[in-house]
Design a protein around this ligand. Structure first.
Ligand SMILES: Cc1cc2nc3c(=O)[nH]c(=O)nc-3n(C[C@H](O)[C@H](O)[C@H](O)COP(=O)(O)OP(=O)(O)OC[C@H]3O[C@@H](n4cnc5c(N)ncnc54)[C@H](O)[C@@H]3O)c2cc1C
Length: 500
């Protein structure tokens, strides 16, 4: 590990102690940059204080970059993607775009993961990552075959879908139980045959000027998105090969945006895409995609375009100016949605997205397709309990200076609390909502000031799957070596969040 164990005096220290969200910084005594599993094991076994695991550094909360962290293990150097004996191996430190490039170039396959190129496999897959192919092909964890994990004390195990007893629990805990609770994943294993991505996709990106939206038209837009997803929720729906993002930016942005992609070889693909655009946009005036949500301008996609899949994936994954800002600060909250939103929630969304005291163009509500093939899997088959939702909502704001923290955080918090006013300020699983996505973590869910529902944070993320996660935790990490603010608590431990 010569040169790859850093202290605060090392010139590289600052690069490895903050994530994409500059609100969070760690001050570890030691940063480990391992390249092999034995080097990870040695870092873990020699650790004398709180350990933090980082792959892509995209965590929405301070789980990785926390001031109490004493040893930070950064997996970025373990990014190999390989295939042997019928099994694909993906290094936990690989960035999603590298995973897509290498799997496709090497073997013509992929995993149905997220859009942003720089998200790390380590956090993404352990949290049940999903993306634009998930309505067609399911979640990343639906294809996971095994994981190599370095446990507390430094022992390394490989557990798979075929494991039994406690090892089966450990594998299952890695199919959506969230990162940072059980050990350090060094490699993810996917058995062949893996997903074959579309050869080509049809992609469209359109904006609607806020000037053309009043409350009625806004309600039709969001209502149209929800209704289309409700009608196309089934795995065999003609709409299953299509996914889209509706980016409802605050009016200060000037536009809202819709980005949609469908497998070009799907039956009647052009018609299904056209019907989706009409269902959402109706007769609203659209323009070429300006800048909405995380994305930069996409003028060439104002009409659906046929693109090779990898080229489209590369473009959408890197065309994210907000996220490439090295001074980025952010706040996020999430909700799964089962059924079209009640009128009261649509009205609340309109109210917050038009609030005159907010001027940040990067304050937004994003709706992201779910459903389709995702819903073909039993809620207990993986740790991802939410299987019958049709889309997710992501409440978020991006900004870049400390003095803007309070106003942005307050806007996201108040928006969310108002949306779920009837259920204690959070999306309690019920007829419309179905809890929160663990890969969009939110510390407020375990804060009694912000969650007054009586439903604990872990039930919002994991619902009935939490006891099995606790059983795995009690067996594999009973001393709670791997912990953060919302890590899985060992069975029998006191309720509530971990100490920060
Ligand atoms: C810009 C952006 C776009 C996103 N887009 C999507 C999307 O399209 N779809 C989607 O599903 N999600 C998306 N996400 C959420 C993303 O999946 C999560 O933030 C994910 O946890 C990030 O993983 P990471 O390795 O980059 O993060 P990190 O900050 O490194 O880690 C996140 C969590 O996982 C743990 N962890 C990391 N590596 C390991 C490991 N090797 N072993 C065990 N635990 C580990 C950490 O301790 C931490 O708790 C997005 C996030 C961002 C910031």
């Amino acid at each position: 590990m010569t040169g790859r164990v850093l202290g605060p005096d090392d010139p590289r220290y600052a690069d490895f102690t903050a994530g994409i969200n500059q609100r969070y910084t760690a001050k570890p005594a030691t940063v480990h940059l391992p390249r092999t599993t034995p080097e990870v094991a040695s870092a873990v076994s020699g650790a004398t204080g709180r350990i933090s695991i980082r792959s892509g550094g995209h965590c929405f909360e301070d789980f990785v970059h926390h001031e109490d962290v004493e040893e930070l293990v950064d997996l970025g150097g373990m990014s190999e993607v390989d295939f042997s004996d019928g099994v694909f191996s993906v290094g936990a430190g690989a960035k999603l775009q590298d995973v897509y490039e290498k799997l496709y170039r090497g073997w013509g396959v992929t995993i149905p993961g997220g859009i942003c190129y720089s998200v790390g496999a380590g956090g993404h897959i352990t949290g049940g990552g999903y993306g634009l192919l998930s309505r067609r092909d399911g979640l990343t964890v639906d294809h996971l075959h095994g994981v190599e994990v370095v446990l507390a004390g430094g022992r390394t195990v490989v557990v798979t879908r075929d494991s039994t007893g406690a090892e089966a629990d450990l594998f299952w805990a890695h199919t959506g139980g969230g990162g940072g609770s059980f050990g350090v994943v060094t490699r993810f294993l996917f058995a062949a045959p893996l997903v074959t991505p579309p050869s080509e996709v049809l992609v469209a990106a359109l904006s609607v000027p806020w000037a053309d939206l009043d409350e009625r038209r806004f309600a039709r837009l969001l209502g149209g998105y929800a209704r289309w997803h409700d009608e196309h929720r089934a795995p065999d729906s003609p709409g299953a090969p299509l996914s889209s993002l509706l980016m409802l930016n605050h009016r200060g942005n000037g536009t809202v945006g819709l980005v949609a992609q469908i497998d070009a070889a799907a039956p009647a693909a052009a018609r299904v895409l056209d019907e989706h655009l009409s269902a959402v946009l109706g007769d609203l005036t659209t323009t070429g995609f300006a800048r909405a949500g995380e994305f930069g301008p996409m003028p060439g996609l104002a009409r659906p375009r046929r693109l090779p899949w990898l080229r489209a994936t590369r473009f959408l994954g890197t065309n994210t100016p907000v996220l490439n800002d090295p001074t980025l600060r952010a706040e996020h909250k999430s909700a799964y949605v089962r059924n079209p939103l009640p009128d009261a929630q649509v009205r609340t969304a309109y109210e917050f997205l038009t609030r005159p005291d907010v001027t940040n163009p990067n304050a937004m509500l994003v709706a992201f397709s779910y459903g389709g093939a995702i819903s073909a899997v039993d809620p207990a088959a993986t740790a991802v309990a939410q299987r019958d939702s049709t889309f997710k909502l992501l409440y978020q704001s991006f900004w870049s200076t400390v003095d803007a923290d309070a106003a942005n955080i307050a806007w996201v918090r108040e928006f969310y609390r108002s949306m779920y006013a009837g259920t204690g300020g959070v999306p309690v699983p019920g007829e419309v909502a179905d809890g929160c996505y663990v890969n969009y973590p939110d510390a407020d869910l375990s804060d009694p000031d912000w969650n007054t529902s009586g439903v604990p944070w872990h039930d919002l993320y994991f619902k009935g799957n939490y006891p099995r996660l606790q059983r795995a935790k009690a067996h594999w990490d009973p001393d709670d070596v791997f912990r953060h603010r919302q890590s899985v608590r060992p069975a029998g431990a006191r309720e509530g969040p971990c100490p920060a």
